[in-house]
Design a protein around this ligand. Structure first.
Ligand code: IMP
Length: 415
């Protein structure tokens, strides 16, 4: 009964979409358990680029998509992504939890308003209404999927929201119609996922964002509004911790971050811009340029510890090719001490000085040659790239079993 959690080990955008797709090729179902349409998971398969914001990307491999109670759902996005799955010939049997929260347009407006009020301390949110929807959920004034299915409940909830926010929330009739459209997909996700595990099926829990964006364990306040670590799969979907048989951490071969906040290994200037262009580091959801930095081992050790990661999938190794030297932050210096693991204190983290080890890069490799490497496997990688991976394994004390060397599914090396 494998319950596999995919978790981002950095600030999101690690390439979890592709990894989820690969792991879902023999899965029964794939679950989104936190976050909302702030995520941007991309899968490139059969010459098509599929961009998912709320439906789990692993569904493109045929696994049944589930959206669990811990999420905040933008229903318009759900319908668009269902269409996208149909356009590639799939018949997705989406199941969405009755208890999932609904993002209203009021929440999106509020997201922007709060960002503007923060002025120079703005978080740089995706403005998808994530924080305000989770706030209403925590206040117990939020709208859930099942409220849409009952017009009287819906009216009452909207009235409470109107009184609370001092403005008219979304139009009742529109929401009632959305309720009618979503009704065929509503189900007991929590019971279904447990049943699949009971019967020996394979479930992939597709985490969104990354560990350092976790509201409790990330770089607060520059975080998202949900828990993004592996444990969130249990609370967000209602499965017991002993159901999780494997936790897979996804990391880029370097680091990126969108939005404000601490970033110890950030590369500024020309090299940063070069890496951004090479890796096409622009947000999937918002198109914003991502900040770019070297791989940060202390941060990854921290992320791996709090999710108890079993093995690592490393993505975008190809982007580093052509660099003469590659730097890896192996520890931090702060207050005259060295730290091998990032401190959970953001205040301390913002004062650390990264200590780098420099290794040889490898020659520029054309896309065709990467394709041949993907066909031939590990041995075909340049020696310096193999040495880079082996050094990371030594530093992180866990195996790197999957190495992605191109955006498309198929462009990877498995070990
Ligand atoms: P929010 O989740 O829209 O509230 O944004 C909070 C912070 O999380 C901002 O810095 C966003 O850029 C970041 N963020 C949210 N979702 C993602 C994601 O999927 N990838 C990377 N960053 C994200």
């Amino acid at each position: 009964m494998p319950g596999i959690v995919i978790v981002g080990l950095q600030w999101g955008d690690e390439g979890k979409g592709k990894i989820s797709y690969l792991l879902c090729r023999d899965a029964d179902c794939v679950v989104r358990f936190q976050g909302g349409a702030n995520a941007g998971h991309t899968v490139i398969t059969q010459g098509r680029k599929l961009k998912f914001n709320i439906i789990p990307a692993g569904s493109a491999a045929g696994a049944r998509p589930c959206i669990a109670s811990g999420t905040v759902v933008d229903l318009d996005e759900v319908f668009e992504e269902l269409e996208m799955l149909r356009s590639i010939g799939l018949d997705p049997k989406l199941m969405i939890s009755r208890s999932a929260s609904i993002v209203l347009s009021m929440h999106k407006k509020l997201d922007s308003k709060i960002e503007e009020a923060r002025g120079g301390s703005a978080v740089g949110t995706t403005r998808r209404g994530i924080g305000p929807t989770y706030s209403d959920k925590a206040l117990r004034t939020g709208l859930r999927i099942e409220d849409l299915l009952n017009p009287d409940d819906l009216k009452e909830k909207l009235e409470i929201l109107r009184r609370l926010h001092g403005e008219e929330p979304d139009n009742f009739e529109n929401l009632r119609r959305l309720g009618e459209r979503i009704a065929p997909y509503v189900g007991d996700v929590e019971l279904y996922v447990n049943d699949v595990l009971d019967y020996g099926g394979k479930v992939v829990f597709e985490g969104a964002q990354g560990t350092l964006l976790d509201i409790d364990h990330g770089t607060y306040p520059y975080v998202t509004s949900s828990n993004t670590i592996a444990g969130a799969a249990c609370t967000g979907c209602g499965v017991g911790p002993t159901r999780i048989s494997q936790v897979i951490g996804v990391a880029k071969a370097y680091t990126t971050r969108v939005g404000a906040g601490v970033f110890p290994t950030e590369i500024k200037g020309e090299l940063g811009e070069r890496l951004r262009e090479l890796g096409q580091e622009y947000g999937t959801t918002t198109g914003r340029p991502r900040r770019v930095g070297w791989l940060d081992i202390p941060l990854m050790r921290y992320a791996m510890k709090i999710s108890n990661v079993d093995w690592i999938a490393l993505t975008k190794l190809d982007v580093l090719s052509g660099l003469e030297k590659i730097r890896i932050c192996v520890e931090y210096e702060v207050d005259g001490k060295t730290l091998g693991i990032a401190p959970p204190s953001v205040k301390l983290l913002s004062r650390v000085k990264p200590v780098y080890e420099e290794v040889d890069g490898w020659r520029k490799i054309s896309e065709d040659e990467w394709r041949r490497i993907a066909e031939r496997g590990w041995e075909a990688l340049p020696d310096e790239a193999k040495a880079y991976i082996e050094l990371l394994e030594d530093l992180l004390e866990k195996p790197i079993k999957l190495i992605s060397i191109g955006a498309e599914a198929g462009m990877e090396v498995e070990r």
